[in-house]
Design a protein around this ligand. Sequence first.
Ligand code: AMP
Length: 206
Amino acid sequence: MNIILIGPPASGKGTQAEKLKVKFNFNYLSTGQMFREIVKQDTELSNDIKSYINVGKLVPDELTIRLVDEYLKKFDDNILLDGFPRNLFQANELDKRINIDYIIEITASKDTIVKRIVDRGVCKNCGKNFVISKTKTNICDACGGEIIKRADDTVEIAESRYNDYLQKTYPIINFYKDRKGYHKIDGEMSADEVFDQICKILEKKI
Ligand code: AMP
């Protein structure tokens, strides 16, 4: 079973993906996390990618698809994609590569998104997301890494990423919404409630 998660930044895709990976043993690829890993190195490629992700702009399709292809060469089933596809071109390219069984759209208002982004931390080591106001230390409970702010998690960049989402990513909802596996979930609910809904869908209880 292959599944994609679609939603604006900070709608909870990353949090849900982490939980789904554990429960269903998915081969999980977050393109955002993949780019953040590459950016940690000091190479021409990392500097190129940094110039896009640090200002909240999409990395060019050709490069993104090349890196996704490297991942798909290793896994051809039970794939969970978070952050890909991000536009119609990528959605069409993905269709040429794998069969998608479930498309889960997670919605959230702009106000919620901006609030969450300002309060979001991420483990520098494993990429786990945290709500900063609810964490007692800056140490990741999953791997012991340091919890930091993402360079693109500022109000200004959040606004730009949200606008980019509406312009470039949201049109892919029309591309998918008539498919059997498409489901829309209210991301304003608690993470546990959203997770419960997704599990019911994947376990075919909805
Ligand atoms: P995310 O962690 O999903 O919020 O992604 C962080 C950043 O990585 C985005 O703002 C983009 O700069 C880049 N990115 C992630 N996924 C993609 C994609 N599918 N296509 C292009 N750029 C992407």
